[in-house]
Design a protein around this ligand. Structure first.
Ligand SMILES: Cc1cc2nc3c(=O)[nH]c(=O)nc-3n(C[C@H](O)[C@H](O)[C@H](O)COP(=O)(O)OP(=O)(O)OC[C@H]3O[C@@H](n4cnc5c(N)ncnc54)[C@H](O)[C@@H]3O)c2cc1C
Length: 385
């Protein structure tokens, strides 16, 4: 029997496990293939919804489900201690978990995601609300409810981070939210970004920065935050800027899972696994694939990226198990809706070769974004398309 182990049961791990079981249905039903997901958590959080939560567009209970409910019943799930990976041992094709057990695999897919290190910037945790964290997104909603005007700073601490377009979305939804509450005239919105501009891809940056200018949003970049004084509410940058604020919303520093580095896997930067950009295999190991935020690929850390990647990994593993010739390659595809307010949106669709140019904002794309979120549990996560 062939054993495929998926390390991590977030967006990427769940989609790829469900796609594998659909693709290898016959083999799984005959007991020739087993698919196992190891996940530290028991719950599955749909993180894209965290950007909408502070503005009352969605509710917490729409964003969390038990991982078991999201996985096909034929996929085996080990969670909490039984699924908490403490060591990767690719030389012996094994993974160890916190309950002391070892799990053999024929194929491994690493999907342990990206993690927030608030403590990297002194004062960040005490001063900043972040939709990148569920609890903090909930608190931001309360803080916005109490807000009566002043300066709001949106900060991106370091690149890369989950969903590169989301800081722009949060800023533009905030602009709309403040207008609706009659507070926009009393509020200055300041966007601070660690590289020049407001977004890393020039074609998109050029379109989005114009929208920011038209909406009277001040941009300070490059702005590499080094520390925050939570009492005085001052954010300082490596470039020598100091910004005083009444409310700060930010993106903490992101890392790949620590266990990847501790296990001696090939990593670069902040624990991102070295991944072949075409095959999605981990450097030096033909039986190990990497998916989602965990990779070091030069593309967006996004759920849609994981979805596109899941076709390639599934196709290659299923092909190998069945002895088929031919390979699938990842072309760097990403699709992201971009909210440009609370009733308008645009999108970007791109790959390694074609940079994205967002079309003019419209209600249709806002609606598309909301529909995409609603269909996550029943369509995307289940790998139905
Ligand atoms: C505010 C916000 C807005 C976003 N908006 C969008 C959007 O509009 N569109 C979009 O496509 N993407 C969006 N994203 C990005 C998207 O949520 C992530 O890219 C996606 O969740 C990545 O999936 P992943 O499986 O790699 O990581 P995750 O979903 O974070 O899952 C990682 C999993 O690994 C598990 N894990 C970690 N360590 C271990 C361990 N040692 N042992 C076992 N299990 C472990 C965790 O429990 C978790 O279940 C957004 C994210 C945020 C925060």
């Amino acid at each position: 029997m062939k054993r495929i182990v998926v390390a991590g049961g977030g967006i990427a791990g769940t989609i790829v496990a469900n796609r594998l079981v659909r693709n290898l249905s016959e083999e799984v039903n005959k007991g020739e293939v087993e698919i196992v997901v190891l996940n530290k958590a028991n719950e599955h959080i749909y993180q894209p919804g965290q950007a909408l939560l502070p503005f009352g567009v969605t509710e917490t209970d729409e964003l969390i489900k038990k991982e078991r409910e999201v996985l096909d019943p034929r996929v085996k799930l080990l969670h909490d201690q039984k699924g908490d990976i403490t060591k990767f041992d690719p030389a012996n094709h094994e993974i160890r978990t916190a309950d002391g057990l070892s799990h053999r695999y024929d194929y491994l897919i690493i999907a342990t995601g990206s993690h927030l290190h608030w403590e990297d910037i002194p004062g960040y945790k005490d001063a900043v609300y972040s939709p990148w964290d569920m609890e903090s997104a909930q608190k931001l909603r309360e803080a916005l409810d109490q807000f009566s005007g002043g300066t709001v700073v949106i900060n991106v601490s370091r690149l890369p981070h989950k969903c590169p377009v989301a800081p722009m979305e949060v800023t533009l939804m905030l602009d709309d939210y403040l207008k609706r509450r009659g507070l926009r005239e009393k509020t200055e919105i300041v966007y601070t970004y660690p590289v020049p501009g407001i977004f890393g891809i020039k074609t998109t940056n050029d379109v989005m920065i114009k929208i920011f200018q038209d909406r009277g949003i001040k941009v300070i970049s490059p702005f590499t935050v080094t520390k925050i004084d939570p009492k005085e509410r001052i954010m300082e940058s490596q470039e020598g800027e100091k910004v005083k604020f009444d409310l700060a919303i930010g993106v903490p520093v992101h890392y790949g899972a620590k266990v990847l580095a501790d296990s001696g896997l090939p990593i670069e930067g902040r624990n991102w696994v070295k991944t072949d950009k075409m095959t999605l295999r981990m450097e030096g190991h033909s039986d190990v694939y990497v998916i989602g935020d965990t990779t070091n690929l030069p593309i967006s850390k996004a759920g849609s990226t994981a979805d596109f990647e899941s076709y390639v990994i599934t196709g290659n593993i299923a092909g190998e198990i069945r002895g088929n010739k031919g390979r699938k390659f990842y072309d760097g595809s990403v699709f992201c809706y971009i909210a440009t307010g609370l009733d308008s949106g645009t999108y970007i669709r791109f790959n390694y070769n074609y940079p994205p140019v967002p079309p003019p904002p419209s209600y249709v794309h806002w609606w598309g974004k909301l529909m995409y979120n609603k269909l996550y549990w029943t369509v995307t996560a289940k790998a139905i398309v």
